[in-house]
Design a protein around this ligand. Structure first.
Ligand code: HAM
Length: 424
């Protein structure tokens, strides 16, 4: 019986990986240019980290988290996101004691038991940043600017993208806003979906991002969080908008944007694509000024975002792969053809030498005839085939054939690297 991959956890095949590598390299470079350094946290954490960090009542923790006991009964989770992990590491390694803002980035797989569909998987990959240690709205603006910069680097048109923005205030503002939402929704309780009836009791903010049409309709004229901000939060948001204007970064105010994680305070945003349909958020983020303290660290503000690589690849996939992928997509430049078994040792030796000189090269190991191997060489996309026959080798030479023009010449083995590099 065949064993297949787990639903929603797809393989990424060799035809696809060059584009992934290209996007990952661009994202890493963008992060580095903005002063972020990589942090790698484990995929498995204590489940409690996310129930305390992200929130017990959120869909991510309540419905979608992969939780399992280890052999000693300790409850562990596959990370559904990385902000809580990064903050845990920040506290555990005393990164706060080093002063200044800790600017950290990550790339890696996350896990959520969601209904798989286009742009939504059970194992997916996030790229993200966390800037921990400052309340300054200029840092929020910088983080949003970085999100735009990544899209620019990847050549995505600004017109195809838009930024949803909102401020959900601080914990002091929250009870008044929650109460206003509750008052709005209670008269419609019966028409809300069963999840939202529960959310009405636990956290009515969550109703705002419910995808059920009736709930959305009832939420349409719900109170807006920006009308319930204290003076400090209002000033923070005003300053942020000023910075975004100064940077020429467009945004659309979205009073219903509350994001599906409980740690957010003040700024929340999503960068969305007009080409993606229902799962249109390329990335999402915001401030989480209470999270470090909630996880046992000193009171420390933070802001960040994360995006899904799958969705980025989807919006890029409609275009030609960029030139930078070309070399990765195509196979070897040089294909070796030892004519008989006797020439194999020399072929392996030459292959090792060419590769060490940085020349992508390969040969056939499937034990096929010379004719079949030559066909394989042509199919591989190599520009040059090197024939190693008994006679040539006895003279210390190989026969090089240009696979496009068919031209041939004899090249001394000792000059091969120079010869191939000269041909470019
Ligand atoms: P999130 O909105 O849950 O936020 O996820 C961020 C991004 O990850 C989404 O915008 C989407 O592109 C991608 N994503 C989420 N779930 C899936 C999925 N099932 N399949 C494919 N892609 C997905 C967070 O995770 C926060 N930790 C972001 C953050 C960082 N906030 C502050 N710092």
């Amino acid at each position: 019986m065949r064993v297949e991959a787990v639903r929603g956890m797809p393989d990424i095949l060799p035809e696809e990986t060059p584009l992934w590598q290209y996007v990952e390299a661009e994202v890493r470079e963008a992060f580095a240019i903005y002063g972020y350094r990589e942090i790698r946290t484990p995929i498995v954490e204590r489940a409690e980290l996310f129930s305390r960090g992200v929130g017990e009542a959120t869909d991510i923790v309540h419905k979608e988290m992969y939780v399992f006991p280890d052999k000693k009964g300790q409850l562990l989770a596959l990370r559904p996101e990385a902000t809580a992990s990064v903050v845990r590491a920040y506290i555990e390694h005393g990164l706060h004691a080093r002063g200044g803002v800790a600017k950290l980035y990550y790339l890696g797989p996350m896990f959520r038991y969601e209904k798989p569909q286009k742009g939504r998987k059970r194992q997916f990959h996030q790229y993200g940043v966390e800037a921990i240690g400052s309340l300054d709205p200029a840092l929020d603006a910088e983080v949003i600017d970085l999100a735009w910069y990544i899209m620019e680097r990847l050549g995505l048109r600004r017109e195809g993208l838009f930024l949803r923005l909102n401020s959900i205030g601080c914990p002091e503002d929250r009870p008044r806003y929650r109460e206003a939402l509750r008052e709005h929704f209670v008269p419609h309780r019966e028409r809300l979906c069963p999840d939202c009836q529960r959310r009405l009791e636990e956290n009515p903010l969550r109703i705002l991002d419910c995808k059920v049409p009736t709930c959305q309709e009832i939420a349409r004229d719900a109170p807006r969080s920006v009308d319930y901000l204290c003076e400090g939060c209002r000033a923070h948001f005003r300053e942020l908008l000023g910075y975004l204007d100064a940077l020429g970064l467009a945004y659309e105010m979205d009073p219903k944007l509350v994001r599906g994680l409980d740690y957010y305070t003040r700024t929340v945003f999503e960068l969305a694509s007009r080409d993606l349909g229902a799962q249109d958020a390329l990335l999402g983020g915001g401030r989480y000024d209470g999270l470090v303290e909630a996880l046992g660290g000193p009171p420390t503000p933070g802001v960040g975002f994360a995006g899904g690589l799958e969705r980025l690849i989807l919006v890029l996939g409609v275009r030609e792969p960029p030139d930078k992928c070309f070399r990765l997509i195509h196979g070897p430049d040089v294909y070796l053809l030892p004519v008989g078994e006797g020439e194999k040792i020399e072929a392996l030796r030459i292959l090792a030498q060419l590769r060490r000189a940085g020349i992508p090269s390969d040969m056939d190991y499937a034990g096929r005839s010379l004719r079949k191997r030559l066909q394989a060489a042509a199919r591989s996309g190599a520009r040059c085939a090197l024939f190693l026959g008994e006679e040539e080798l006895s003279r210390g030479e190989v026969k090089a054939r240009d696979l496009a023009s068919g031209e041939e010449e004899y090249v001394p083995v000792g000059e091969l690297v120079d010869y191939l590099k000269r041909r470019g």
